[in-house]
Design a protein around this ligand. Sequence first.
Ligand SMILES: [Zn+2]
Ligand SMILES: [Zn+2]
Length: 358
Amino acid sequence: MRAVAVKPGTKDSLHLRTDVPDPTPKPYEAVVRVHSAGVCATDLDLHQGSIGRAPAGFDYLVIGHENLGTVEHAPRGSKVRAGDLVISTLRRACGDYCRPCLTGEQDMCVTGNFEERGIVGLHGFMSEAYAEDTFYLVKVPPQLAETATLAEPMSILEKGIDHAMRIQSRFSWEPKKALVMGAGPVGILGAAALRLRGYEVIVASLEPEGGRKDKLLAEAGIRYLCVKTTSLAEATRGADAQDIVIDASGSEMAVPFAIEALAQGGICILASVTRGSRPITVDIATVNRNIVLGNRVILGTVKAGRRHFEMAVRDLETIEMRRPGWLANLVTRRLPYDRALEAMTRTPDEIKTVLQFA
Ligand SMILES: [Zn+2]
Ligand SMILES: [Zn+2]
C-alpha cells in the first residue's frame, strides 16, 4: 500500500512509497482505513533526520501520528465496529515492565524505552490503512469527521490540565485566569480547553494583533496579546498574575516568563519540546525564591494516553456544538497525501496542515 515515509537519521528524506506491506491484523486488532493525518513540527524533525527510529526489519519509518480513520474490520466483541470513525493513541509500552506501562499509562513510562507510532520504532498513520489493538482506538462522533485529527495535539494539554488539577487538589484553589504562551495548534487548542472550563484566557505570541489567529481566538472569547520578548515581562507580570500558565510556544526563551507570570499557588504547564541547546542567563535565586515562597508548581506534559484522547474528543465535540465551524478554521491547509513534501514548508499564518488519504 501507499504511505509517506522517512529514512530515520537522513536529512530531507521524506518520500512516498508504494511497497509498504498491507496491515495483517492479529486476532485482537482492528484494521482502520486512514482518512486524514495532521502534520506537525515532529514530522518536520523526522524529515530533517534529527529524530526517529525505523521499526525492526525496516530501513524506513512511515510517519504520521495525528490521525483519523474508519474501522474497516474489527474483532468480534470489541468496542469498535466496521464503519466507526476512530483515532489511535500513539505511545506503546516499553519492554521493561515498568509500572506505568504495565498499568496502561504508557504516556508516563519511566524507563524511556517506549515506542511511538510514526516516531519511534513503529510505523505511523500516514498510510492508506493500519492495524491496531482496539484498546488504543478512541471513537469519534461524525460531526468531527473533518477535524478530529486535532484531538492528538489537544490531548497533550488535556493531560497537562488534568494533571495540574490533580496536583492542585492539594489546597482550596480557586483559579480564574490562564495564560497560554504560543499560538500554534497546541496553544490554541489548550486555550480553547481552558475557556470551556470557564477561565479568563489570554494567548500570548509574537504574531501581530489583528491577524487570523487573533480573530479566531476572539470568536472563542479568548484575548490575544502580541508580545515581543521585551514586552513579555510587563504584559504578564504583577497584577496580571496567572493561576495557570501553559507554555506551548516552542521557544525556551518563553519559559522564564511563563514561570514569572504565575500567581501565588499557581501552576505552570510546560509543553514545548525545545530543540537543540541554547544557554540563557536566568536569575535562579529569584526564580527559586518565587517558586518556594509562592507554593508554585512547574510540570511537564508530553504525549497522552486513551483517557486524555477521550477528553480531547469530548471537548472538541462541545466546541463544535457551541461554535459550529470554528474548529474547521484551525485546519488552514488540506493537501492530498502525495503532496506531503509541500506540507513540510510552512506558509505564513498557517495553523494546521492536514493530509488527506481518502
Ligand atoms: Zn504532532
Ligand atoms: Zn515503561
